[in-house]
Design a protein around this ligand. Structure first.
Ligand SMILES: O=c1ccn([C@@H]2O[C@H](COP(=O)(O)O)[C@@H](O)[C@H]2O)c(=O)[nH]1
Ligand SMILES: [Zn+2]
Ligand SMILES: [Zn+2]
Length: 257
């Protein structure tokens, strides 16, 4: 049973050279889409997927680069594939996702709710939930936009996926030193200040023992100019397939194409 990750995109919210920072996690042929931004429908198509190939979708927060593709997903699943997609999200996001984002486009009848379009699985923060056999996720509440719910993800107790978060070195140290996290995919704003994201200059203050297991995503279009300027950290490459279990350290960096 191998966990693989392929980023549909590795770009920031304003990037144009990269798609939105959305990921496909695959275990034993089952596909979990982590975030479904504005560019996700086209990015999936470019990788040879259609929406019916998705076994579940998980949303970290309600910015458009993370959920702006859900309207098309819901409509395609309803009108083309005739089934409801499975949606995982924090219990605190269920109401705002519908009321503040999706209702305006999806609702055609006043009786329709989020559950009219998705099989909704609300998740509790701090609890390990089985998504598929061999894939568990724990939501970790992290700071992004003041007073708005936002979550990072811990997969199978060893793979931390930050989503969008401000720099939180104490969390990262606790995850690695106390909880045994081996791999970190972290958002990285290339230019300071990191007001709503971790920025590169902050991430570079992490000890080497954390940097060497950290892979950077959610970056801007000038990312190529930062090659060789990321300390022990590496950039995640859009569309490349990584075998997460084999990413224990940079030297054991595994790739499947
Ligand atoms: O200079 C900036 C530009 C944007 N923001 C905030 O970022 C988010 C949108 O980007 P995400 O990657 O989806 O978080 C939005 O809240 C903007 O206000 C910023 O703070 N500074
Ligand atoms: Zn974002
Ligand atoms: Zn965001």
């Amino acid at each position: 049973m191998e966990l693989k990750i392929q980023m549909l995109g590795t770009g920031s919210a304003f990037a144009k050279a990269f798609n939105n920072n959305n990921a496909m996690l695959t275990v034993d042929g089952l596909n979990l889409l982590v975030d479904c931004g504005i560019t996700a429908p086209k990015a999936l198509h470019e990788l040879g997927y259609n929406f019916n190939d998705l076994d579940a979708v998980l949303i970290t927060h309600i910015h458009a680069d993370h959920m702006g593709g859900l309207e098309e997903l819901a409509f395609q699943m309803k009108f083309i594939y005739g089934r409801k997609p499975t949606l995982y999200l924090a219990d605190t996001l269920v109401e705002p996702l519908w009321e503040h984002s999706l209702k305006g486009g999806l609702q055609q009848d006043a009786s329709e709710t989020l559950e009219s379009f998705f099989v909704v699985h609300p998740l509790k923060e701090g609890v390990s939930h089985e998504i598929f056999p061999g894939l568990n996720v724990e939501l970790i509440g992290t700071k992004h936009i003041p007073n708005k719910p936002n979550y990072s993800l811990l997969f199978n107790d060893f793979f931390f996926y930050s989503g969008d978060t401000v720099f939180d070195p104490d969390l990262l140290k606790d995850l690695v030193n106390a909880r045994g996290v081996r791999i970190i995919f972290h958002d990285c704003q290339l230019h300071p200040p990191g007001v709503v994201h971790a920025c590169l200059s902050q991430l570079l203050t992490l000890p080497d023992s954390i940097q060497e297991r950290t892979f950077l995503m959610h970056y801007g279009d000038d990312q190529p100019e930062f090659a060789g300027r990321t300390g022990k950290m590496r950039f995640v490459e859009q569309q490349r397939i990584y075998a997460v279990d084999r990413l224990t350290f940079a030297e054991q960096f595994g790739m499947i194409d």
